[in-house]
Ligand binder design. Sequence first.
Ligand code: BDR
Ligand code: CA
Length: 313
Amino acid sequence: MPQKKIIIDTDPGQDDAVAILLALASPDELDVLGITSVAGNVPLELTSKNARIVCELAGRKDLLVFAGCEFPIIRPLITAEHVHGKTGLDGPTLPEPKMPLQEMNGVDFIIETLKVHESNSITLCCLGPLTNIAVAFKREPEIVSKLKEIVMMAGAYFEVGNITPTAEFNVYVDPEAAQIVLNSPVKKTLLPLDVTHKILVTRDKIQAFRNLASPVGEAVSDMLEFSERFDRQKYGTDAAPLHDPSVIAYLLEPNLFSGKFVNVEIETESQLTLGMTVADWWGVSCRKANATFIGNVDSRGFFDLLTERLSKL
Ligand code: BDR
Ligand code: CA
């Protein structure tokens, strides 16, 4: 598989952290040009710091991390400390990062990077609210042609919502941004809750990461042990969903996933269903398909891939 050039846009978050580690453990397939942080699970200062903590955990102090937008486009920020803890990365005790945060703003980095690359050459991997991407597209619409595709953890259809009864967190935090991205003329793939609710972390899986007997294995186990406790209670099960690594796994092994090319629109007005991803799964509207909406995953294949890659760090 030819190496893909990617930018990771993220709000770490324990599951974002595992996604970043999966990408950094896959240098043959993925060339990480930079990481842009966005406000989401916790405020921007913390997501920017957490992204660097994760890079250092992976032994990649050389990576470039840029802080992007502090707030959603028009709404106040909603965070998820109730899931991810006060720091956003509660669980393990990890050292303060030594690598610097880049001076350039994350949105500028996205714009400048796309400008100097060829058409159809860069993949955006979006693991948080889509604010940075939407702001970049609004500011410099012509950069969209430089993208090969956007793969994002966003939305839900059959699984409906996790932050409200009808909305998935990343879309709910900045629905206007999500709508701008979905309207953009580029190939888009959504990994929604319909997929991530099939990627269940059991205690055995947490133990398998611990059995890697490495600092990364330990940290991943401690992170997931922390963040998944909330979902176990919420769903009343012994296992909890793992969200963001699905984006990176999709790039590495697309055959593990299946979905449909459908129309997806975002509810941006209703108070009751704000942030809902209205996916026309059955093709009952006349609206034009605009995104691939993934619906299924080979969960065992996913965990085999994740465990094997993490063992390399
Ligand atoms: C998404 O919301 C965040 O809490 C996770 O990091 C993930 O990106 C799941 O809805
Ligand atoms: Ca995230």
